[in-house]
Design a protein around this ligand. Structure first.
Ligand code: GLY
Length: 314
């Protein structure tokens, strides 16, 4: 049987982890192992404020994480939402996929109970830098007033709605991390991990945990994942739209663009950027964004390090 090309790609800032994923693929490992290995590196990157340890907190000042993984050949899916206190939600999502085949998604306390039962270690995820960014979001310059010194619940009530209305990412490269891999056996896998929108309402789960919205994978046609405003990709089932376009014969960039056109047509008062990235079973890839400047990263068998490529602009 002919071997497939091995490829691993990811959204902006995934390059932190892609080499670890490619090492897995080069050693004959599975796309699932590659995605998990690559994503764990990203989740451990404390300088990245949109994933894992160091992620920006919700409106109550607590880091809550979403993650999911989907396998193309079986369309098996595992996800977790609004998980607190565990640094590697991608691994918990994988365990949901493997150990709880009667379920696809666990959230909040149930996800944390499952993670503890599975032996995952708890950790403090709010770094000093992320806490500083949270406090500065409450500054008088932002029109919200001094940092409240009230207990957590009072602070949340005083600030949550104002903060959610603002939904402003901090300066610098931002967003969820998507990683997509194709292994030598032709298996396609996509994984997504995020701390979600900064200052989100506690308990908010975004598209990153939801099949069809933040990620989708069908080994016949391709894998796709989204970043940016999850409430938009949820409303149009963005990742599934990209894979459907691939199935209809569109090339990767055009497939991402079609979804962005649809997402941009949805009325939305918080219209921040949406981005998509996809990978086909024969190793073609592409990405597109609503606004200029977005990149995605690609690593193939012959590459010493990931190449950072420009995403097409809608
Ligand atoms: N796309 C990530 C989120 O909305 O949380």
């Amino acid at each position: 049987m002919a071997k497939s090309p091995i490829v691993i790609i990811g959204s902006q800032r995934s390059e932190v982890g892609l080499s670890a994923g490619m090492d897995v693929l080069r050693n004959g490992g599975s796309a699932l192992d590659a995605v998990e290995a690559a994503m764990r590196r990203c989740e451990d990157d404390v300088d990245d404020h949109y994933v894992g340890t160091g992620g920006l907190p919700n409106a109550a000042g607590v880091v809550e994480l979403d993650a999911a993984v989907m396998i193309g050949s079986s369309r098996a899916f595992g996800g977790v939402g609004a998980v607190r206190g565990f640094p590697h939600p991608i691994s918990i999502a994988r365990r949901v996929l493997e150990q709880l085949p009667q379920h696809c998604l666990l959230v909040g306390e149930g996800a944390e109970l499952f993670a503890a039962e599975q032996g995952f270690e708890r950790a403090e995820l709010l770094t000093d830098e992320a806490a500083r960014l949270f406090r500065s979001s409450l500054s008088p310059a932002n029109g919200i007033g001094e940092v409240p010194t009230t207990p957590e619940n009072e602070r949340y009530r005083a600030t949550a709605l104002d903060l959610v209305r603002r939904f402003a990412p901090h300066d610098g490269p931002w967003g969820t991390i998507d990683i997509l891999a194709l292994d030598a056996h032709g298996e396609l896998v996509v994984g997504v991990s995020t701390s979600g929108f900064p200052w989100k309402y506690p308990g908010r789960v975004g598209d990153s945990a939801l099949p069809g919205a933040g990620l989708y994978c069908d080994a016949r046609f391709g894998a796709a994942a989204c970043t940016g405003r999850g409430e938009l990709t949820m409303r149009v089932t963005g990742a599934r739209m990209v894979v459907d376009a691939l199935a209809a014969g569109a090339d990767p960039v055009e497939s991402c663009r079609r979804m962005l056109v649809e997402a941009s047509s949805v009325p939305d008062q918080f219209s921040s950027d949406v981005r998509a990235v996809c990978l086909t079973p024969d190793g073609r890839h592409g990405a597109a964004a609503c606004k200029p400047g977005a990149t995605y990263s690609v690593m193939t068998d012959g590459d010493a390090e990931p190449a950072v490529l420009q995403a097409a602009v809608l």
